[in-house]
Design a protein around this ligand. Structure first.
Ligand code: IPM
Ligand code: MN
Length: 352
């Protein structure tokens, strides 16, 4: 009997379902070769269902999804739904309610992929960002005062709890230890201006590091400097840990230096619960149904999921097939690959 993994699948909006279909195809092929089985359970949450029924994510769905170790997510964002509704109602709800408190984003340039950075290659671009995923500015704390008047005030607060910061930092230290490269963890903050939030982060960082991770080098840099170095000398980084908002921003910069949204993937991790894996590029609705979108980001998200499930050998084989496929595509951008979406999926499956 093969090891069976039940997985919840949310294709979502726009091109989400097409790229996820390629990921499912590739992971089924992988399962055949490793005597595994993925048992896919499909859910139709997203913009279309919301427009039809007014429902985004019923509480019962959260309870149902909680039964899975992993969710495979396409993309959220529909051109006919006002921005913020699906992002907050679906994506952030899932992250918060399932306590996926880590957003993990590897920034790795594969051989054969072009980076916009001159004189940098796969040797130089290989680091991981651990982004806090449940707190900070994303919690939605704040409000309006005198909305719509000339005296209007809008307040948006960043919430940082010692508990939330500490579990994120511990995950990052553990990850740095397990990654076993330079054993260097860089805290990305803004201690010169955000003197409350990052004071807490910095104190917790050094306390935890000194006591429980003495062999890990602790490094600090302001977020703006990190943006410069990610472009100028990305080889400086091993693992970066940061809050939710800075993590959102620097991982899009990271996605660009690793070859773009065609390849960038991420994991929303709850180490003890239900984790969720997604391409980070969004729903790209203008390409829906045209076979132009690059499925490699979704397939890479699948690769992170396979590794998270503990199937390391299968995950390595899959990464290898992704690397070989990268070398064959004319470009990683939608419509410029030289192949259709499903041809790229087939190619990865063949390289397995
Ligand atoms: C991401 C996305 C989301 C975020 C949006 C869609 C809410 O940009 O996963 O990085 O800001 O976290
Ligand atoms: Mn983002």
């Amino acid at each position: 009997m093969p090891d069976t993994y039940p997985i919840a699948v949310i294709g979502g909006d726009g091109t989400g379902p097409e790229v996820i279909a390629e990921g499912v195809k590739v992971m089924d092929a992988l399962a055949d070769r490793f005597n595994l089985k993925f048992d896919w359970h499909y859910f139709d949450f997203g913009g279309d269902r919301y427009l039809k029924t007014g429902e985004i994510l019923p509480d019962s769905a959260i309870e149902e999804l909680r039964q899975f170790k992993a969710i495979y997510l396409g993309a959220v964002g529909h051109p006919e739904v006002k921005p913020g509704i699906l992002e907050k109602g679906l994506l952030l709800q899932l992250r918060f309610k399932l306590e996926q408190y880590i957003n993990l984003r590897p920034i790795k340039l594969y051989p054969g992929v072009e980076t916009p950075l001159k004189n940098k290659g796969p040797e130089e671009i290989d680091f991981v960002v651990v982004r806090e995923n449940n707190e900070g500015l994303y919690l939605g704390a704040g409000g309006f005062f005198k909305k719509g008047t000339p005296q209007e005030v809008a307040i948006q607060e960043s919430i940082n709890t010692r508990f939330g910061v500490e579990r994120c930092l511990r995950y990052a230290f553990d990850y740095t230890r397990k990654r076993d490269r330079e054993k260097k963890l860089t805290l990305c903050g803004k201690t010169n201006v955000l003197t409350f939030a990052f004071d807490l982060w910095e104190r917790a960082f050094h306390e935890i590091g000194e006591k429980d991770y003495p062999e890990i080098e602790r490094d600090y840099a302001h977020v703006d400097a990190i943006c410069m170095w990610m472009v100028k000398n990305p080889e400086y980084f091993d693992v970066i840990v940061t809050d939710n908002m800075f993590g959102d921003i620097i991982t899009d910069l990271g996605a660009m230096i690793q070859g773009g949204m065609g390849i960038a993937a991420g994991g929303n991790i709850n180490p003890e619960g239900t984790s969720m894996f997604e391409p980070i590029g969004g729903s790209a609705p203008k390409y829906t149904g045209q076979g132009k979108i690059n499925p490699l980001a979704a397939i890479s998200a699948g690769q992170m999921m396979v590794s998270f499930l503990g199937e390391e050998a299968a995950a390595e084989r899959l990464e290898d097939a992704i690397i070989k496929t990268c070398g064959k595509l004319k470009s990683l951008s939608a419509g410029k690959m030289g192949y259709t979406t499903s041809e790229v999926g087939d190619m990865v499956a063949e390289y397995l």
